[in-house]
Write a protein that binds this ligand. Structure first.
Ligand code: NDP
Ligand code: 7N6
Length: 321
């Protein structure tokens, strides 16, 4: 059934201004209204002031339990990862959930391969030296060419293929892992998850690009880190809990792996006391791999298409629940 009022939850402001997003939807049929987050003035449920109650669909970054009882027919997540949403409860209430997979392959691919370039060409070290006003050459054997190095990309969807094609374009040898091990362009060999340790064992770079699920939580723990080369770098642009972070710290301390490029963490923001902050061979980014000035418009394209589909009685694209 078609939507008459579409809410835009103010939490989208984590990624782009809600007003800019509303402007991008100015030509759609439904009226589009900003909905305050839990605890804001418009969220108290006092009749006509309840902004959420006025909506039959919602675009959001955050998940709040009150969404379940707001008579919504459809929620759109501006993230690809929807691990925070309660799938069963949404299904029980006939609330459709769609996500934003498909829009991050280029930017997250650039970030992940950018981390590889930084480790290979020592850019992170030079930047740290610059901050201290130090002119210092790398040791003769610190820097290496990325060409002919190997990368194993775990998860070969939008993110994974975005990483794989860029690594391949730089002349790297690329392998990967996914549950349906069908061939992927630019990926020389695709392994099933049961062969994860074999897949990552030869790689100079292991890049994680899987959704967080019961199957992928802790997928990279001590045995996988032990299976990696001692000169290997782990890149995580997926979700923090895919990696056992304590085991990663131990592996960095013992030299079982050489370093890590991390965009996501067990706890975000990363606590100030984390020992990950202060390591030369760790590059940290604040869950920002997907950030880009086009983000709002890419989400708006998905939302406009699904509004059209709902009005036409067609099934939703990017549907998760
Ligand atoms: P896709 O659905 O396009 O890709 C997911 C891939 O993971 C598929 O290739 C899938 O293949 C594979 N996969 C799923 N389960 C497993 C498993 N158990 N073992 C191995 N492979 C598996 O999603 P996206 O690429 O768009 O996003 C992936 C995740 O990355 C998101 O869920 C989100 O958490 C995170 N993300 C992070 C961003 C950031 O800013 N850092 C930005 C965007 C996404 P198959 O089904 O064959 O296994
Ligand atoms: C905001 C993060 C996702 O799952 O976490 C990412 O899509 C997006 C840029």
């Amino acid at each position: 059934s078609s939507v008459s009022t579409l809410g835009v939850h103010e939490s989208v402001g984590e990624v782009f201004p809600a007003a800019v997003f509303c402007d991008a939807l100015s030509a759609v049929d439904p009226s589009v209204q900003i909905v305050g987050g839990e605890g804001s003035a418009g969220s108290r449920g006092d009749g006509e002031n309840d902004e959420l109650a006025a909506c039959d669909a919602l675009v959001t970054f955050a998940y709040e339990d009150r969404f379940l009882d707001a008579d919504l027919t459809w929620i759109h997540s501006i993230q690809a990862g929807v691990d925070r949403f309660p799938f069963d409860a949404l299904a029980d209430r006939n609330i459709a959930l769609t996500n934003s997979t498909g829009i991050h392959g280029d930017v997250v691919g650039e970030t992940a391969v950018g981390m590889m370039l930084s480790f290979a060409r020592r850019l992170h070290t030079h930047r740290s030296n610059q901050e201290r006003g130090e002119w210092r050459k790398p040791a003769w054997n610190d820097a290496f060419p990325l060409r002919r190095e190997s990368a194993c990309v775990v998860g070969l969807g939008t993110l994974g293929t975005g990483i794989a094609t860029r690594a391949s374009a730089l002349g790297m040898d690329v392998t990967g892992v996914k549950r349906t091990p069908t061939p992927v362009d630019g990926v020389d060999e695709v392994y099933p998850p049961a062969d994860l340790r074999e897949a990552i064992g030869d790689a100079r770079f292991v890049a994680l690009a899987v959704p967080l699920t019961d199957d992928t939580e802790g997928m990279v723990s001590a045995p996988e880190l032990d299976a990696m080369r001692e000169d290997a770098y782990l890149i995580n642009v997926a979700r923090g809990p895919v990696v056992d972070q304590g085991a990663l710290v131990d592996a960095l301390d013992s030299g079982a792996v050489a370093g890590a490029g991390l965009d996501v963490f067990e706890t975000e923001p990363l606590p100030a006391e984390s020992s990950l902050w202060d390591r030369e061979e760790v590059i940290l980014t604040p869950h920002a791999a997907g950030f880009n000035v086009e983000y709002y418009e890419r989400v708006a394209t998905i939302v406009r298409e699904n509004l059209r589909r709902l009005a036409a009685g067609e099934s939703l694209t990017n549907r998760v629940v």
